[in-house]
Design a protein around this ligand. Structure first.
Ligand code: HEC
Ligand code: HEC
Length: 311
């Protein structure tokens, strides 16, 4: 068994009880649109330095990649160290085009490659929500990158090759519900950013989108979430998938760990069940891709021993 939390949390019943206790509370208060976008998009996970008990959204979290270590910036409304002085247009441009107010290009480790699909009104609702949070005067830490990657104009080339900006376009031949799920997965949840293999320049391999990878964030193995019966989640009962997205509990009674536990705790678990169901239904409508990512010798107990972000 593997647990998503540190030693104080290693009792499954305890985790479950808390999840169950939290549910009526979450159902009682209707979150604002900005809050929904915030949780669905998982902004807190990267922008909070959980390991070092950093204040929420104040950045400083280390993100190890094959290209070097990035430190997430402060996105609290502090006007000096955060984004408190940003206009609506500044914020929209960062998410839509991956460009800073001063014209600097952002590295795609900030998944604007997915957020670009967000609707403008959702971006603005998200900004209002972020601006209602506690400002924190904490300076940003520079990334630790090789010199040639610190040269941001080069990112224009990467973007020209791999980045297609633009809002999500609904498929007219699909139901509104399907489109809702697609929007949640593609634009907000940015699930493909972790659940797909990447090429040497860090771009998603389009043929294996959602089919999992052994080289996920922080070197984690990320499972295939296409509905392939053998190598994906095709065997999961419908309700189990939405339940997993809410609680982290897999159909075989295991609990998810690593990055997915963060995605759930800091984000998906706060969403109404209807939204999670829409995500689950969309995933099940994907083309099944047969793609093995987990080697047999990598047992779940072995995975449990890897670095746990909650420790
Ligand atoms: C996978 C981790 C990750 C997630 C998820 C993420 N970010 Fe970021 N974000 C980063 C990193 C890393 C940077 C710095 C990029 C750079 O320096 O090129 C960044 C940069 C930013 C910036 C620019 C800040 C500045 O000072 O220039 C903003 C604004 C931002 N993110 C907002 C968000 C919002 C809003 C969300 C949720 C919708 C979000 N981020 C989700 C990692 C992430
Ligand atoms: C930050 C990276 C990251 C993001 C973003 C992410 N995942 Fe995951 N996901 C993982 C990792 C890592 C695992 C495996 C965790 C483990 O080993 O227990 C996982 C596991 C899963 C599983 C369990 C599959 C199985 O076979 O056990 C499902 C289902 C899943 N993710 C769905 C999603 C969906 C839907 C989204 C988008 C809303 C998403 N994930 C976003 C990293 C991510």
């Amino acid at each position: 068994m593997r647990w998503g939390r540190g030693s104080g949390w290693r009792v499954p019943g305890c985790y479950l009880a808390i999840a169950l206790l939290a549910m009526p509370v979450a159902a009682a208060q209707t979150p604002s649109r900005g809050e929904l976008v915030f949780y669905a998009a998982g902004c807190a996970a990267c922008h909070t330095d959980v390991d070092n008990h950093g204040p929420p959204l104040a950045g400083g979290r280390a993100l190890e990649t094959p290209f070097g270590t990035f430190y997430s910036p402060n996105i609290t409304p502090d006007p000096v160290h955060g984004i408190g002085a940003w206009s609506d247009e500044d914020f929209v441009r960062a998410l839509r085009d991956g460009v800073a107010p001063d014209g600097r290009q952002y590295h795609p480790v900030f998944p604007y490659t997915s957020y670009t699909r967000m609707r403008r009104e959702d971006m603005l609702a998200l900004k209002r929500y972020l601006f209602s949070r506690q400002p924190v005067a904490r300076p940003n830490r520079p990334h630790a990158l090789p010199w040639y990657l610190s040269f941001r104009p080069l990112l224009r080339v990467w973007k020209w090759l791999y980045f297609e900006p633009g809002e999500y376009q609904a498929s007219v031949d699909k139901s509104p519900r399907w489109n809702r799920g697609a929007y949640l997965v593609q634009a907000l949840g940015h699930c493909a950013e972790c659940h797909s293999p990447r090429n040497r320049l860090g771009a998603i391999d389009a043929r294996l989108r959602f089919a999992g990878t052994r080289d996920g964030p922080e070197g984690e193995t990320v499972p295939n979430i296409t509905p392939d019966k053998q190598t994906g989640i095709g065997g999961w009962p419908r309700g189990d998938l939405a339940y997993f997205l809410q609680t982290g509990a897999t159909p075989d009674g295991d609990y998810t760990g690593g990055a997915m536990a963060e995605v759930i705790d800091a984000g998906l678990s706060h969403l109404p069940v209807t939204e999670l169901q829409a995500i689950a239904d969309y995933l099940r409508s994907l083309e099944p891709i047969h793609h093995v990512v987990e080697s047999t010798e990598q047992s779940s107990s072995e995975r449990a021993r890897r670095k746990d972000p909650w420790d």
